[in-house]
Design a protein around this ligand. Structure first.
Ligand code: GLU
Length: 287
């Protein structure tokens, strides 16, 4: 029997979509159609300080203009914090999390004194300052009301999987083939914060599981994050989708078309009267 093909486009409404987003959405949509599959839309708006509903409304208009049809309902992440909390608690009960009280400035200071400062997907790899706190120090700080993040203890997480004979981990990448996950390079990543009781990594992994995503089609700029998502899948007992990290669309000067680059937004082209279906065809000719 042919395996079901379910994919998604998962933008964060922190700004207007650009051509690069349009390309990514169209690629996933076209592949879902070619495979007689489903195309889901997910609004990744967990960061309530940066996400705005007006951008979400423009996303709907942009995708419709490009001729994309998604299956309802749209999953709005900010309406599902309880789902992320449930899985965060599972990791906590496995004793794989620790509270981190460091501010960005604390981390910067710590790193300034270190001989080297390796970088991962989330920026500089956390120097594990709060991992050294005793349980009583942790409790004292928590009781003082100091804000804290919950970090994954990477060493413990990997030791847990090794003890279960579930290591190393792999994933299938449609472009690069079989990839061995190396999450250790990402360090003790943040899985939740006081103001956002989840993180991109946790929420995306939980949603891909809950929505039975079979194919994750997204830009190669998220390739490094997949090492973390693969680890979380193994820890939480989730299946691993097939990944397709596509090359990023670049402009004529070879510059990446990202949100901040000042390249044309889909909204500006739409309001200028351009034909969305024609543009969609042109963009797919590039794939
Ligand atoms: N929300 C992420 C972004 O806009 C994409 C997440 C994903 O496709 O996994 O960059």
């Amino acid at each position: 029997m042919k395996k079901t093909f379910i994919t998604r486009f998962a933008p964060s409404p922190t700004g207007l979509l650009h051509l690069g987003h349009g390309f990514s959405a169209l690629l996933a949509y076209t592949m879902s159609q070619a495979n007689d599959g489903s195309f889901l839309l997910r609004i990744e708006d967990i960061d309530q300080t940066r996400c705005r509903d007006e951008f979400t409304q423009e996303i709907y208009k942009d995708l419709s203009w490009l001729g994309i049809k998604w299956s309802e309902p749209v999953r709005i992440q900010s309406q599902h914090f309880a789902d992320y909390e449930k899985y965060l608690n599972i990791l906590d009960n496995m004793d794989l999390l620790y509270p981190c009280f460091c501010t960005r400035a604390d981390i910067k200071k710590e790193i300034a004194n270190a001989p080297s400062a390796p970088h991962g997907f989330d920026g500089v790899v956390y120097p594990q300052t709060c991992k050294k706190l005793s349980v009583s120090e942790q409790t004292q700080k928590q009781q003082s009301g100091a804000p804290y993040a919950l970090r994954l203890d990477m060493e413990k997480a990997i030791a847990f999987l090794k003890a279960k004979n579930n290591w190393p981990l792999y994933w299938q990448d449609e472009i690069k083939g079989e990839i061995t996950a190396t999450p250790v390079e990402q360090g003790d990543i943040v899985l939740a914060r006081k103001e956002t009781p989840t993180s991109y990594h946790l929420a995306v992994t939980v949603d891909d599981h809950l929505e039975n995503i079979s194919h994750v089609i997204r830009g190669v700029d998220l390739f490094e994050a997949t090492h973390i998502h693969r680890l979380l899948q193994a820890l939480l007992g989730f299946e691993t989708p097939i990944y397709h990290h596509h090359a990023l669309l670049v402009d004529d000067d070879g510059q990446r078309l990202a949100k901040r680059s000042g390249s044309a937004t889909l909204k500006s082209l739409r309001e200028h009267g351009d034909d969305g279906i024609e543009l969609a065809k042109k963009l797919m000719d590039k794939s």
